[in-house]
Design a protein around this ligand. Structure first.
Ligand SMILES: NC(=O)c1ccc[n+]([C@@H]2O[C@H](COP(=O)([O-])OP(=O)(O)OC[C@H]3O[C@@H](n4cnc5c(N)ncnc54)[C@H](O)[C@@H]3O)[C@@H](O)[C@H]2O)c1
Length: 342
């Protein structure tokens, strides 16, 4: 078991990798606690939950909206949850985003923590303090920065995760390695089969290394004014592909990383061999590296998404494996990457 703390302006967060989720009670020191979880997680693990009231939300990106948050507020109110209470989100990225947002806004903010149950949530969504929901087709448009008090990452929970969901988590691990740690990339290449079969030492090492990279970046730039943007590697195209093609977040990010890597190679920052290594690793991890896409639809979604950045697209490129660089890129450059996929 490995643990470390994230200290940010919006709170301190204890991240514990390798902790059994049955030990959750150790981390909740409040007179009253409420669990927020989704239907599938409750079906798999509800019988092991501590004896707290449970608020169950559905599952899937379509429920990550203000209607669900409103439902959670209603339930919190009817359960007499007050500012001395504690909220525990037990689930994947969607549960964490909703539980974190609801807890941060209910009564101007009550304490909360997470048990991350998907690989994607363990290595990415549960840490960093971004909590929010989608609004009118815009991803994560409404939200707050607020650190969870704790994040427990129990690799045993991943055994019930469908293979495709597991692959989505690996996409974010590859992202962290690609932007910040070439040795980690080599480690994943070497231990790919062990990682896929969730061999304890390997998966724990990957979760820890990955979440550590994210945490270090978040500690230096919590509110994404500069460096934190490198965590969006693969996500500019990724978010647009997710919306235009209706695929999972991690699958879209995988294709987005390939596009960003190819653009990096075209600019002379990466070698063709670097691009081949990234592509081959993603394929080995069960991720797509290209999808049948309607280029215009993807570009429309991308432009719409990036309107929030006052028309400037801060695009994350690789300056070498393990090293990211942010550049402002024109829409026409991005359109040409869509043309060169294949
Ligand atoms: N806040 C952030 O910083 C941040 C970062 C990255 C991603 N995200 C968000 O995270 C979301 C994606 O998260 P996700 O990939 O975890 O998706 P998810 O929460 O939808 O979980 C994927 C599926 O797996 C099921 N599931 C969860 N745990 C399980 C388990 N242990 N066993 C079996 N099934 C299980 C869920 O019910 C769901 O059907 C997106 O909305 C994305 O925007 C947020």
């Amino acid at each position: 078991m490995k643990s470390f703390e994230i200290t940010a302006n919006t709170g301190r967060s204890l991240v514990v990798v390798g902790e059994r989720f049955q030990n959750l009670m150790k981390y909740v020191d409040a007179p009253k606690a409420v669990i927020i979880t989704d239907t599938k997680v409750r079906r798999h693990y509800g019988r092991y939950f501590p004896p707290f009231a449970v608020i169950e939300i559905g599952a899937g990106e379509k429920i990550k909206n203000l209607d669900t948050v409103r439902y959670v507020y209603h339930r919190l109110l009817s359960l007499d949850v007050d500012r001395s209470s504690f909220v525990v989100g037990i689930g994947g990225g969607i549960v964490c985003d909703i539980a974190g947002f609801a807890a941060s806004t209910y009564m101007r903010g009550i304490r909360f923590g997470f048990v991350a149950t998907t690989l994607l949530a363990q290595v990415d969504a549960s840490t960093g303090g971004k909590n929010g929901v989608n609004f009118r087709g815009y991803k994560n448009l409404v939200g707050v920065f607020h650190q969870p008090e704790f994040v427990l990452c129990d690799p045993d929970l991943l055994r019930t995760l469908p293979q495709q969901e597991l692959a989505c988590g690996f996409a974010e691990i590859v992202k962290h390695a690609a932007i910040a740690d070439a040795d980690l990339l080599a480690y994943i290449e070497k231990n790919c089969q062990e990682a896929l079969s969730l061999e304890r030492d390997v998966i724990e090492e990957l979760i820890h290394a990955s979440v550590r990279i994210k945490s270090d970046i978040v500690t230096r730039d919590e509110k994404e004014r500069g460096e934190r943007r490198i965590l969006n590697f693969g996500h500019t195209f990724g978010h647009a592909i997710e919306k235009a093609a209706g695929v999972r977040h991690g699958e879209a990010v995988s294709v987005g990383m390939v596009m960003a890597s190819r653009l990096s190679a075209r600019k002379g920052y990466l070698t063709q061999e670097d691009v081949r290594r990234i592509e081959s690793l993603l394929v080995q991890l069960g991720l797509p590296i290209r999808l049948p896409l309607d280029g215009k639809k993807v570009l429309d979604a991308l432009v719409r998404d990036k309107k929030r950045e006052a028309d400037k697209i801060h695009f994350v490129l690789l300056r070498g494996l393990g090293c990211a660089r942010i550049e402002e890129i024109s829409i026409s450059d991005l359109a040409s990457v869509l043309d060169m996929r294949g």
